[in-house]
Design a protein around this ligand. Structure first.
Ligand code: ADP
Ligand code: MG
Length: 254
């Protein structure tokens, strides 16, 4: 996917200006930046849910091969985990029996064997997130767009869910664009991290290649010699953006 020089505004109020980034085949890319800098807006533009004021988004693959995951899972409360996962497959024309079988397979891959018949209200936050992931991954996307998808999970569950996601996207060679405000998460997961500057008129100010080898173990990634210097550099660059050179307004907002 390529985002080329995208500018976005809301009712004439500029948010992003000339933002460009690329996600290569099978590449894990994160977009980090201060709150309100326009990360979600940029991702919505990439999803085709918001029209850029200027610039273009080239998916370079069919829309049907793009999976989307937001912070709030969109499970239907009146359907079981299995039914929730099979729904998208049914929409794509898969027969009922095969869709249910495939749903069970994906639930099992996400550690939810034995929970297939549960309704969402009888699942924990981490389990619901896993069902939502199974729902998306069952459609075999080539590109996964995620907006702070793990923010609602507590630290331990979060680490486990993320580790499973990393294993699956590495195994299935799925490209990922992850929006997060968590620098440590971005570095330990990504091949490339893009930093969005403080808005209004936020720009992508820098990007960083993360030379930590794959397959990645999230805990071990943090012990890699490249990790701490990268974290320090990103943190300094981000702090400069937030304190930064913006108007008095943006400083007050930060
Ligand atoms: N639907 C909207 N209408 C008007 N302004 C919006 C809308 N969505 C976001 N904004 C504004 O655009 C800016 C960027 O928001 P957002 O993309 O959600 O940032 P982030 O995800 O980085 O926190 C913020 O100043 C926000 O108030
Ligand atoms: Mg956001």
């Amino acid at each position: 996917m390529r985002v080329n020089n995208v500018s976005l505004s809301y009712g004439g109020e500029p948010v992003l200006e000339g933002a460009s980034l690329q996600v290569g085949s099978g590449q894990f890319v994160s977009l980090v930046g201060p709150s309100g800098s326009g990360k979600s807006s940029l991702l919505r533009a990439a999803m085709g849910l918001q029209k850029p004021f200027a610039g273009t988004v080239d998916l370079e693959l069919p829309r049907s091969e793009v999976g989307i995951l937001f912070q709030d899972d969109a499970l239907l409360p009146w359907r079981t985990a299995r039914q929730n996962v099979s729904l998208g497959l049914r929409f794509r024309g898969m027969g009922k029996r095969q869709a249910l079988k495939k749903a069970d397979e994906w639930l099992a891959r996400l550690g939810l064997e034995g929970f297939e018949d549960r309704y969402p209200r009888r699942l924990s936050g981490g389990q619901r997130k896993r069902v939502a992931l199974a729902q998306v991954l069952a459609l075999e996307p080539k590109l996964l767009l995620m907006d702070e998808p793990f923010a609602s999970l507590d630290a331990i569950v979060r680490t486990k869910v993320i580790q499973d996601v990393v294993h699956l996207v590495e195994k299935e060679k799925i490209a990922v664009l992850l929006v997060t405000h968590d620098l440590e998460e971005a570095i330990s997961l990504s091949d490339v991290v893009y930093l969005l500057s403080q808005g209004p008129r936020a720009k992508i100010s820098q990007h960083y290649s993360i030379p930590i080898p794959r397959p990645r173990d999230l805990v071990r990634a943090r012990l890699h010699p490249a990790y701490a210097p990268l974290l320090e550099k990103l943190w300094n660059d981000l702090s400069r953006e937030v304190e930064g050179t913006g108007s008095a307004d943006t400083k007050a907002a930060a």
